[in-house]
Design a protein around this ligand. Sequence first.
Ligand code: HEC
Ligand code: HEC
Length: 386
Amino acid sequence: MRIQQQTLKRVLPLVFAVCLVSTPGVAEELNFSDSELSLLKTFATWPPSVPADPGNEYSGEAWAEELGAVLFNDTALSGNQSISCATCHQSEHGLAETTAVSVAGAQPHVRNTQGLLNVGYQRWFGWDGGADSLWAASLRPMLSEVEMASNIEDLANTLRRSNTLNQSLSEAGIDIKHLNDEALVVAVGKFIGAYLRTLTSHETRFDQFVADLINGENNPAAEQFMSISAQRGMKLFFGEGNCFVCHFGPNFSNGEFHDIGRPFFTAVGQVDPGRLAGIKRLKKDPYNLDGYFNGTKEPSDILKTTSVKTGQITFGQWRTPSLRNLLSTAPYMHDGSLATLREVVDYYADIDPSRLHSKGEAILKPNNWTSSERNDLVEFLKALSE
Ligand code: HEC
Ligand code: HEC
């Protein structure tokens, strides 16, 4: 009886929604112009192929990916033996944490834990782009005092005792005894990096909608994938809102850094300068692509890192996040300061252009959107989740 009532509660709103959409007179059908369609095509076909992890000689090797998955969940990689990557990057939350800033590490963090799905499409890693490869971004948390708080020597001692690691390495023809402590720890970063590259998310309602639209040219069947409200929101995203300019391409991220005017104070008198600090960190990092441990020495990878420059404009910039699977990765922004998608949309709609520190972001301007238009945009963002 209870189950039946619950099922009814779930099914009734659905039936109601279907009636609303399919009743003539009530249903509204949106058309998409040729220019809208050609823009949508640049966001189509999910998932695209993932580039190799730069400088990682194990990238794409199945054994390294499998080993990386095991290591990702291994608490032995932390100083106190109780924190693994998965402690913060939780699979039930899109590989993110649910708190505004990360609290699960050795010390409280000032930033929000990033979800790791689709991370392989990025060129720079971390909110501030402080790492230039997945393996360097995987190595850092093990050594960071704030995150897993271990060190090369302790890590190497633990790793040398691991049966899984010894077995996988010997199967791959690598003699663990020939690796010094640092090389062994770097190799572990590379195995985990190889694994992270495989974490692509599945097709969403948006992907099905766009595929259908492109094949059928304004095919009303596409409606089964995205509600009219979500479609109206999509028009705002690609139109008036200019959201697509930065959240560009199938992963909804141009991979670049922008200032959207979020606060940069982390405590009284303390600031998080974003990209400016990220570039400084990158340049000093012994594990960057310009360093000894780059295992592939691809000239274009090295150039990426040697040519990037700090400048006042980089203060307060953050990497454009992907907008896929936002439903699992709340709260939002580098400091987790916005709790819901509606708060994010309200922030953009009511944006104060004088708060944008770097002058470049003229594409961001306040919009006079009504509450229901804002809701449409939220519905669209939801359609980008699995
Ligand atoms: C204490 C929590 C915590 C732990 C443990 C942790 N991370 Fe993270 N991770 C974060 C936070 C916070 C960020 C954002 C950091 C920043 O912007 O500087 C992040 C960012 C990342 C990124 C960059 C994602 C992107 O989109 O650019 C990668 C990759 C990553 N972590 C991998 C790992 C791996 C691999 C491990 C284990 C070896 C790990 N993390 C352990 C909290 C954690
Ligand atoms: C100028 C480039 C730019 C434009 C235009 C832009 N964004 Fe963003 N967006 C960003 C950046 C950068 C961040 C991260 C800011 C931070 O962490 O402080 C972000 C963050 C977000 C987030 C949070 C994602 C997360 O995982 O935390 C959402 C949602 C979002 N934007 C949606 C939109 C929507 C909707 C629009 C259009 C109304 C839009 N963006 C326009 C650059 C942009």
